[in-house]
Design a protein around this ligand. Structure first.
Ligand SMILES: *Cc1c(COP(=O)(O)O)cnc(C)c1O
Length: 224
């Protein structure tokens, strides 16, 4: 079980740190969206955070999101839900129906499935391509050297409008070069959104242009 924590207080602290990071970077805080990552936490832990005004949440599994969010969204229709974890092509239908953004688009088979579902459902979630900036074999994402071709295929072959890029730097490395590389790839491909930065490094990510930070444990506490 995750340890209990005062999530609204965690949220308050993260908001203040985001404001501070924006000030340091000379950026408008309105340009940084906080995604509160509620994976593993039950509805009872999430509701107080909604009560404290948070409206954008992230989950990393379709099944778990399906079990938690339909009731919450009925109660709070203005909440937006982001899928931040990997997506299996056979869950694309559910994902397009449930999520307002999908952060880990990383392969042609998924692009094809997404293109079909977006056309079928008439829903247009924000799409981020995940870049495997550390070229880690166990990690999802497109290799940096393949990113331009992948993004061109998303557009020309699969008819997808990509909104931005996402990365998860290797755990044992300084994150800044990975954020900078992701920002550079986005810029040369004309993409405006950057999903980067987690609890440990969101201030660094904001300094390097993050528009979406995905923060879990700093708000909800440890996942045990
Ligand atoms: C869990 C997760 C996060 C949040 O991580 P914290 O360190 O708890 O802030 C962010 N992004 C992804 C893709 C995750 O799976």
């Amino acid at each position: 079980m995750p340890e209990t924590t005062n999530a609204p207080a965690g949220l308050e602290k993260v908001r203040a740190e985001i404001a501070h990071a924006c000030q340091d970077a000379g950026r408008d805080p309105a340009g940084v969206t906080l995604i509160a990552v509620s994976k593993t936490f039950p509805v009872e832990a999430i509701e107080p955070v909604i009560g404290a005004g948070q409206r954008v949440f992230g989950e990393n599994r379709v099944q778990e999101a399906k079990s938690k969010w339909p009731t919450l969204r009925e109660r709070y229709p203005d909440v937006a839900l982001h899928l931040i974890g990997p997506l299996q092509s056979n869950k694309t239908r559910e994902a397009v129906a449930l999520f307002d953004a999908i952060h880990a688009v990383d392969r042609p088979s998924l692009c094809e499935a997404l293109g079909k579902e977006i056309a079928r459902q008439g829903r247009t979630p924000l799409l981020f391509a995940e870049i495997n900036t550390g070229a880690e074999p166990q990690k999802a994402g497109v290799l940096p050297q393949d990113a331009d071709a992948f993004l061109a295929a998303c557009r020309d072959r699969y008819g997808l409008t990509m909104a931005g890029l996402m990365c998860i730097p290797p755990q044992d490395e300084a994150p800044a070069p990975h954020f900078a590389l992701t920002a550079k790839i986005a810029k040369r491909n004309g993409l405006k959104l950057l999903s980067m930065g987690m609890s440990a490094d969101f201030a660094t990510a904001i300094a390097l242009g993050a528009t979406h930070v995905r923060v879990g444990s700093a708000i909800f506490g440890g996942r045990g």
